[in-house]
Design a protein around this ligand. Structure first.
Ligand code: AHG
Ligand code: MN
Ligand code: MN
Length: 339
């Protein structure tokens, strides 16, 4: 690889390694990268360009959209719809599958994304990001893609990644051969490989959960966190540390860099709303789960591997427990014991 490898060079090397020649995938990633650079710019200028605050609209989940949710979604669509690599798209901010305008050629990939994860952080200048997942359209599918085409388990992802708009803008990517992190060099406008072959330490001190929901948790989750909180004096015989950024991307990125577990479990409050979790399977849990597994960690609902779940609709939710292998295995064993 050249010194200061760019993300495009990295993807081209990947394609050569697997013997793919069409260049379609490289071109698609390029468009995704440009989308994220554009969103990064809007996020960075914030109030100076009037993009903060609510948009006075709601998405399919009944959440009030931020202006930046809508802007990021539109930027992503416009950048990725024309080039002929994508068959259709779906996102957190759109109720149905997005069909490409008639004049553009159709490609073989399905692109699913959360245009702005942690968007409530935009009001407080906190970290936010974009999550994306790429699948192939099922073999033999004809006509315009339907929702069914998107309902593939996470194991079918050919690529997943996220852009984190923090103090630096980073892009973290997997195509199923490990995880690599790139940092945007603002001076030249390119993502440069800075974190090759990211691996999550198996042991960890950090847990990341919204503890204000503690009274709603199921017994296995209570047990795990209670034991962490008991520290040196408790059954774990060591102290733990708690972190919660309010953006899954930022929390999982910390886990990727330093180890730990990120948890958004099912609880009685979500069940009362007939929700199977808070986070969405196709554009949050699956792509982040793919990255975590490729970095040597685990991603589970507590009872099942996230990437083995068969989705039944586009905006399906699921419990999320991901991160350092030993900690996640322990949480799984607590769920098994509770059955
Ligand atoms: P989004 O902004 O895309 O709706 O996602 C927010 C998600 C996730 O990123 C974060 O971890 C979680 O919601 C925070 O939820 P709580 O407000 O319940 O803590
Ligand atoms: Mn999100
Ligand atoms: Mn979002």
């Amino acid at each position: 690889m050249p010194i200061g490898t760019t993300i495009t060079e990295y993807i081209i090397e990947e394609q050569r390694r697997i013997g793919s020649v069409s260049g379609d995938f490289t071109a698609l990633i390029n468009d995704v990268v440009i989308s994220c650079k554009t969103i990064a710019s809007a996020v960075r200028y914030g109030s100076l360009v009037g993009v903060l605050g609510a948009a006075d609209t709601e998405n399919i989940q009944g959440e009030t959209q931020k202006k930046l949710d809508v802007i990021s979604n539109n930027l992503f669509i416009k950048r990725n719809e024309w080039a002929g690599h994508v068959a259709a798209m779906a996102s957190e901010e759109m109720t149905d599958v997005y069909h490409l305008p008639a004049q553009y050629p159709r490609g073989k990939y399905l692109l699913v994304f959360d245009p702005l994860d942690g968007s409530s952080n935009t009001d407080v200048n906190g970290a936010v990001g974009t999550i994306f997942s790429i699948m192939r359209r099922p073999e033999g599918a004809l006509g315009e893609p339907t929702e069914d085409d998107f309902l593939q388990s996470g194991d079918h992802q050919v690529c997943a990644g996220y852009a984190l708009y923090g103090p630096s803008t980073m892009m973290v990517l997997t195509t199923g051969h490990g995880v690599n992190g790139f940092t945007l060099d603002q001076r030249i406008g390119e993502f440069i490989l800075t974190n090759p072959d990211m691996k999550i330490p198996a042991e960890a001190q950090d847990f990341s959960i919204n503890a204000s929901y503690m009274r709603f948790w199921d017994p296995p989750m209570r047990r795990y966190i209670d034991e962490c909180l008991a520290g040196k004096e408790g059954p774990r015989r060591r102290d733990f540390n708690m972190r919660w950024a309010g953006a899954m991307i930022a929390d999982v990125h910390r886990v990727l860099c330093q180890g730990g577990v990120f948890l958004y479990p099912i609880d009685s409050k979500l069940r009362a709303k007939h929700q199977e979790g808070k986070l969405r399977l196709l554009y949050e849990a699956n792509p982040m789960g793919f990255i975590v597994e490729q970095a040597g960690g685990l991603a589970t609902t507590g009872e099942q591997r996230i990437m083995a779940l068969q989705p039944v609709n586009l905006h399906q939710r699921c419990p999320v427990i991901m991160g350092s292998r030993n900690e996640v295995e322990r949480i799984i064993s607590y769920h098994l014991e509770a059955q």
